[in-house]
Design a protein around this ligand. Structure first.
Ligand code: PRP
Ligand code: ZN
Ligand code: MG
Length: 213
C-alpha cells in the first residue's frame, strides 16, 4: 500500500465546487460521483473524503483526515485556527446579523433583549460582548434563515455570500460579524511521508494561485 494523503472537503455547499476546482487545477485527477463519499486520485497520492463542513476541523485534529479545506468561519467557531496551513483566497463570505426587512433597525443596540438564531454561537457571543449587547442566542444547526418567519427568533446570524438566501427569506443584513474565506488545514502530527506529499501539493497550489492572479 503506497502512502496516501487524506483530504477532507465539503460534500455539498458553498466550498464544494471551489475545493474540487482547486484540486483539478493542480493536475490531480480523480473520478467523483455524488454518491461516493471517498475517492482516490489516479495520478497523485491523494484520497478525498466528502464530509459535512462542520465535521472537517474535528476529523483533521483527530487525524481521521490528514488535511482539509474548510471555511475560516467553521474553524474559528470551533476554536481550531491552530490547524491552519494557509488561507486559500476563495469561497469568501461573511458571518452577518440579519433582521426581517420590515423591522426598524438603527443600531446594534436594537438587538438588546432579542432572540437571535445562529449556527455560530461562539463567534456571535464574542461579537455581542464586544458591542455591549445582551441577547439570547438560540443555536440551531441549519435553515437558520427561516427562524424569524416561524417565530423562533427576532434576528439571525448566519453566513452570507451572494445574499440571495437572505432576500428569499425577507431578511436584511444589518451587521457584519466576521469575514471568512477557505483555508487549508492539516493535522499537527503528520508522518514524514505525508508531510512530503503535503509539500508537493502546496507547491502545486501555489502555482495555481500565481496563474489565477
Ligand atoms: C451558508 C448559509 C446559507 C448560504 C448563504 O451555508 O447558511 O445557506 O450559505 O449563501 P448566499 O448568501 O449565497 O445565499 P454554508 O454553505 O456555509 O453551509 P451550511 O450548509 O453548512 O450552512
Ligand atoms: Zn455546515
Ligand atoms: Mg447554511
Amino acid at each position: 500500500m503506497p502512502c496516501m494523503l487524506r483530504l477532507a472537503i465539503q460534500k455539498s455547499g458553498r466550498l464544494s465546487e471551489d475545493s474540487l476546482n482547486l484540486i483539478r487545477e493542480c493536475g490531480i485527477s480523480f473520478v467523483s460521483s455524488s454518491l461516493k463519499l471517498k475517492t482516490e486520485s489516479t495520478n497523485f497520492p491523494l484520497e478525498i473524503l466528502y464530509l459535512r463542513d462542520d465535521d472537517i476541523p474535528g476529523y483533521v485534529a483527530d487525524g481521521v483526515a490528514d488535511i482539509g479545506i474548510v471555511g475560516e468561519n467553521v474553524l474559528v467557531e470551533e476554536g481550531k485556527q491552530s490547524l491552519t496551513v494557509e488561507k486559500l483566497g476563495f469561497s469568501k463570505c461573511r458571518l452577518s446579523l440579519a433582521v426581517p426587512k420590515t423591522m426598524e433597525y438603527n443600531s446594534i443596540q436594537d438587538l438588546n433583549g432579542k432572540n437571535i438564531a445562529t449556527s455560530y454561537p461562539n463567534l456571535l457571543k464574542a461579537y455581542l460582548q464586544e458591542q455591549g449587547v445582551e441577547a439570547d442566542i438560540h443555536t440551531i444547526s441549519g435553515s437558520v434563515e427561516i427562524a424569524p418567519s416561524i417565530g423562533l427568533a427576532e434576528a439571525i446570524c448566519d453566513i452570507v455570500s451572494s445574499g440571495s438566501t437572505l432576500i428569499s427569506n425577507g431578511l436584511k443584513e444589518v451587521e457584519r460579524v466576521f469575514k471568512s474565506e477557505a483555508a487549508l488545514i492539516a493535522n499537527e502530527e503528520l508522518s514524514e511521508e505525508k508531510r512530503e506529499i503535503l509539500e508537493k501539493l502546496l507547491f502545486r497550489i501555489h502555482a495555481v494561485q500565481r496563474a489565477r492572479k
